[in-house]
Design a protein around this ligand. Sequence first.
Ligand code: BTN
Length: 250
Amino acid sequence: MNKYPDFLYVITLEQCDSTNNYIKANHENWQDKLPVLVTSTLQTAGRGREKRNWVSPKGKGLYSTFGFNLENSQNLNLLPLIAGISVIETLKKIVDIELGLKWPNDILYKNKKIAGILIENIITASKIFCITGIGINLNHTAADFPGELQEKAISLKMITGIETSTGQINQVLAVKLFHWLEKLETGANEEIIQTANGYSSFLKDKNISFHHPVDNKIISGIFKGINHDGGLILGNKQGSSNIYYSGEIV
Ligand code: BTN
C-alpha cells in the first residue's frame, strides 16, 4: 500500500492548461500549505522543454507538478537529476524494465522517450520556489503521439501491454522525490551524481549532439558523464572536455 507523504498538499484536477502554469498562478496563496502536488487528467496546453508542446490527452499520461521551496540554492543544478532519478525509480517499482537517464532529465527506454521533466524556478531574495513538472507516457498507443514523435516516444503500455492508473504512480513518485530532495538539502551530492551517472551509463563514451541554448548551436562530442555539480561533461577527439550546465542532448 502506498500513500502520499503526510506533509504534501495534493490537488487533483480534471483538466487545466498546464499543471506548471496552475502552480505558478496559485502558489502565493498556498505558502502555508507547501509543498504541493498538482495533478491533472488532461492538459490543454501542456508545455515541454525548449518551448515545445507536451501533448497531454485525457487519461493517457501522468501530468503532475510539484511545487516546493528549496533552502539551499547551491544545489539547484542537481534538481533535474534527482527528478529524473525519482521518475526512473518510480517506474522501476511498477515494472522491472531497463531505463536510462539522458542528461539532464529525459527518461528513455531503448532510446525512446517515456518521460520528460520541465523545471521552472522562481528565485527571489528570500527564497527559491521550484516548480517541477513531470510528464510520463503511461497508456498511449503509438497513434496517440503526434506524427513526428511516433518514432521517438514510447509508453509503459506499449512496453508491457498493461494500463496503469496515475494515482499509484503519483504516490510512489512523491515518496521518491521527497526522499531525494532531502538528500539534496543535506548535501548528499556524491550519492546523487553517482546514481545519475549509473542511469546515464548507456551513453558513456558515445558520440552525441548537444543543443547549447546560449548560442543556439548544435555541438558534437563524446558523452563523458555528469560532473560533481551536475554539469554535462562533453569530450572531444583531442582528449579534453568542456562542462555545460544548460541545454540538452538531441
Ligand atoms: C520535456 O521533456 O520537454 C518536458 C515535458 C514536461 C511535461 C510535464 S506534464 C506536467 C507538467 N505540465 C506541463 O505543462 N509540463 C510538465
